[in-house]
Design a protein around this ligand. Sequence first.
Ligand code: NAP
Ligand code: GLV
Length: 313
Amino acid sequence: MRILFYTPPSDTEAWLADLRRALPEADVREWKPGDTAPADFAVVWRPPHEMLAGRSGLRAVFNLGAGVDAILAIEREQPGTLPAGVPLVRLEDTGMAPQMAEYVVHAVLRYLRRFDEYAQLQAEHRWHVLEPHARESFTVGVLGLGVLGAHVAQAVASFGLPVRGYSRSARHIDGIETYAGPAQFDAFLDSVKVLVNLLPHTPDTHDVLNANTFAKLAEGAYLINVARGAHLVERDLLDALKSGRIAAATLDVFREEPMPADHPFWREPRITITPHSSALTLRTESVAQVAQKIVALTRGETISGIVDLARGY
Ligand code: NAP
Ligand code: GLV
């Protein structure tokens, strides 16, 4: 079995070593320009067009991330990057779900317990007890109830806060009030105090975090975007912060990454910024999942995580 590997320059040697350890019978090689030799599987992150275009014989392409928007954008810009009929498989959890839960729970509790305001009082050397937020109306709405969103929703609900979730198809998750499809979008948003975004970026979800969406939330709501920068209309967030419609935001993802030094978000104290680090791809867990799925495919078994190219996730 021949495995072709590519990620933009990073710890390639460590990935190759782990893949070889996990699949000792496989011939694992790094793709280099000009390599057109046969391969059975490709394991990639943002592959160059020349790597996969025109290849026959591939049985699957494994994307080293949960989101496939980057590889689908390459395909849109350079059609044929993904060989026709070859399944594209994404990472499912591989240690990202607990990371997301930690990140989102931290942000939600920080807003619930008004830690930013206490930090300001401390800076002013002021001893002053703030009125607590009413727990029963501190509703957390999670956009996207997939592998990550469902885990995050349950982690937040474990603190006794009211939690809602929104997905494309109907979902049932214990302890979560669920909404599905555009017809229920406004009802989902109504009075939400903290909006958490864990949708995939697709043509349907592009710009979903916009002024119309913000207008339906509770006054002085909080936004946590951990999905993709292209979900957020940045100007609308700055306006919503100015008007008080949004009280504060925690953002991990941006339209342009790395975010340029002159971006206005850097100068807005009510925006907390992290560098796309809320849930990192963990090598050990990812290699284990990819290897297990390669073995399953070679045995003719079905696997989960195959991307529906028409839906875009
Ligand atoms: P997933 O399992 O595919 O879940 C996606 C969820 O979004 C599903 O519940 C799906 O609905 C819902 N959805 C998709 N399109 C929708 C639409 N048009 N309207 C309503 N709901 C829609 O994905 P995941 O593994 O949870 O990952 C979610 C995203 O997180 C990734 O795509 C990626 O962009 C982002 N991410 C970010 C980081 C980071 O470090 N910041 C790390 C990992 C992932 P159904 O349940 O009906 O299918
Ligand atoms: C990271 O953003 C991922 O999609 O895995």
